[in-house]
Design a protein around this ligand. Structure first.
Ligand code: FAD
Length: 377
């Protein structure tokens, strides 16, 4: 039997953006909120290096203590081989706030979701949104299905797309994603028989086909990610284990870290393109986090931005749903555009530091000052 529940705000996607929004609503308003997350946080989640600027955000969300109680590891050294063949060690690639953390991403995302439930929000894990339709007087009716195959309906005054970089809900509602590149990350986890005590927790190494990212995770595994464009990946079959390992063997410093490691899972390919929605706020809906704007992982800005955008979106929503004023929603949209413009400048300057392979497609594409985005529906 189908049961209809109702909330003020329904958030599809329980990543850092969706849960930050939900926590802000729970803590700083009387609005009711539900987070609908399709997983149980037991899937492989990439993106783990965060700067120290995460901590004030976690304090604002009143989750700093559970965060510090978990086994995330502080990062003291980030090293890069970029623009030349020597290794340069520094505290961070782009962020200027000092050391950050390497997260156990599954644990981090799940902790934020559980805190939503602790603070009075509704949390539906392993739940899919099968369909949704606008209600005649405004708001939405969502048709949901949980992990046991049980169907139920949820009505909400407002809908939030927090589904990540693919922005599936926003695109279905007519928004266009303006895409700046076709970057993908092909990642693998390596385990080791003996303990390693690395000099650098995080390493970035540029190569003719793109760049490698590798980091020592809290559980002692090494994550190694090849970042390249999707056409270069397909052409070189770089998503196949043999070709991926062969390319790794040519990256001097990353290869050295990975020696004696054993691949634990099959390779995973994740989209990592930079994009912004042409419109992140619509009639009774909005997008947050990667769904609204997503950055090159080189910046390590993704998780911090996702949480900030969730908090900002919540403040705008409180004003809109409590006082019927949409000024903050308009400011939210403008701030996304402004931040994305700033980010494009940083991205250009950082890639311009590497000029050893300007005749090769990956690097050629990133030296254009004003690349034209591709619109994707
Ligand atoms: C290879 C790679 C490396 C990265 N490295 C870093 C890094 O080192 N540091 C950093 O800060 N950022 C990094 N990022 C970026 C970072 O992971 C993202 O910016 C961040 O996760 C965005 O958070 P989000 O909540 O917007 O989206 P996500 O984290 O993608 O969360 C979206 C959530 O929505 C759920 N979902 C999706 N569709 C549905 C649906 N239909 N119904 C219900 N639930 C749904 C998903 O299961 C997921 O839980 C990296 C990204 C990639 C691809």
């Amino acid at each position: 039997m189908s049961l209809t529940r109702s909330v003020d705000v329904a958030i599809i996607g329980g990543g850092p953006a969706g849960t930050a929004l939900a926590l802000t609503l729970c803590l700083y308003s009387k609005l009711t909120v539900a987070v609908i997350e399709k997983t149980a946080y037991d899937n492989i989640r990439t993106g783990e290096h965060v700067s120290a600027s995460l901590l004030p955000l976690l304090s604002y969300l009143q989750v700093k203590e559970p965060f510090l109680a978990d086994s995330h590891v502080p990062v003291y050294n980030v090293a890069a081989i970029w623009g030349h063949s020597e290794l340069h060690s520094r505290s961070s690639i782009l962020n200027q706030m000092g050391e950050g953390y390497l997260l156990d991403r599954g644990k981090f995302d799940r902790m934020l979701a559980e805190q939503v439930a602790c603070k009075g929000g509704q949390l539906y894990m392993q739940t899919k949104c099968v369909e949704g339709e606008p209600l005649a007087g405004g708001g939405w009716k969502l048709f949901l299905e949980d992990g046991l195959g049980e169907s139920f309906e949820l009505e909400s005054r407002y809908l939030v797309d927090a589904t990540g970089r693919q922005a599936r809900i926003s695109k279905r509602l007519g928004a266009m994603s303006l895409v700046w590149d076709s970057l993908v990350g092909i990642s693998a986890f390596l385990s080791f028989e003996s303990d390693r005590s690395p000099a650098e927790e995080v390493l970035v190494e540029s190569i003719p086909e793109g760049w490698w990212y590798s980091a020592w995770l809290p559980d002692g595994k090494l994550i190694a990610v090849l970042m390249t464009d999707i056409d270069i990946m397909r052409q070189g079959k770089l998503h196949k284990e043999e070709q991926w390992v062969e390319l790794l063997s040519k990256a001097c410093h990353t290869k050295h870290r990975a020696r004696e490691g054993t691949l634990v899972y099959p390779l995973a390919v994740k989209p990592a393109h930079s994009h912004i929605l042409d419109c992140a706020v619509g009639e009774d809906w909005m997008a947050v986090g990667d769904a609204a704007t997503a950055f090159d992982p080189l910046s390590s800005m993704g998780i911090g931005h996702a949480i900030t955008s969730g908090c900002d979106a919540a403040v705008a929503l409180i004003e809109y749903l409590s006082n019927n004023k949409d000024e903050l929603l308009k400011q939210y949209q403008k701030a996304l555009e402004r931040n994305f413009d700033n980010y494009l400048g940083i991205r250009y300057r950082y890639y311009a530091l590497e000029n050893r392979w300007l005749d090769l497609p990956f690097w050629q594409r990133r030296t254009q000052l004003t690349p034209i985005p591709i619109a994707a529906k």
